[in-house]
Design a protein around this ligand. Structure first.
Ligand code: GLN
Length: 202
């Protein structure tokens, strides 16, 4: 890997993402302004509060450059609020988004704080027994034809990939050595292979 991974650090649980990646030997740079994106080999959009994050992204003029990098094929890991930022459309309530993943999401689609918790995930890319931590999580209500569903919680898609953008409704960074963190690190080490492996394309 010839450069750091940029972890968006305007708001939310960026410190946990940083820790999870550094534990895997990945160099991290916290991203707070466009210049911080120079030379990054991947981008993480963390969980948090998507309305606040979107407002700060625009304020710092980071929305365009991040979208451009993702469209150019740079690996992106988007978790929870990060997934909301990447969606094509957002409801509950509606808000603009970057449209990097062809999914429609409903904010807090599993209910509010009382319904948060750890749930089993199923998907052939995940070892049996893998779980996901859901915290006021978005629910994916529609997946476009170019989107690969990698894991589900019950019947709902909760881990999706389109091109080099990996989106999760849950928080892999809150579990020790979560397989989704591993998948992202593998993608960083071989972005083209990972992008080529996706059935979709963009
Ligand atoms: N509910 C938050 C939102 O709508 C996302 C929650 C999270 O990232 N854990 O922005």
């Amino acid at each position: 890997m010839h450069g750091p991974v940029g972890v968006l650090a305007l708001q939310g649980d960026f410190a946990e993402h940083r820790q999870a990646l550094e534990r895997r030997g990945v160099t991290v740079r916290l991203v707070r302004r466009p210049a911080d994106l120079r030379g990054v080999v991947g981008v993480v959009l963390p969980g948090g509060e998507s309305t606040t994050m979107l407002r700060l992204l625009r304020l710092e003029a980071l929305d365009r450059p991040i979208a451009d990098l993702a469209r150019a094929g740079l690996p992106v890991l988007a978790t929870c609020a990060g997934l909301i930022l990447c969606a094509r459309s957002v409801s509950g309530p509606e808000q603009p988004s970057l449209g990097l993943l062809d999914v429609d999401v409903q904010r807090n689609g599993y209910g509010r704080q009382v319904h948060s918790g750890t749930f089993p995930l199923r998907g052939s890319v995940l070892p049996p027994g893998t779980t996901g931590v859901f915290i006021r999580a978005p629910r994916i209500r529609r997946c476009g034809p170019g989107v690969e569903v990698l894991a589900r919680r019950d019947e709902d898609p909760v881990l999706v990939r389109q091109g080099a953008v990996l989106g999760a409704c849950f928080h892999p960074e809150l579990e020790h050595n979560h397989p989704v963190t591993e998948m992202f690190v593998a993608q960083l080490r071989s972005p083209r292979a990972a992008a080529g492996a996706a059935t979709g394309g963009r």
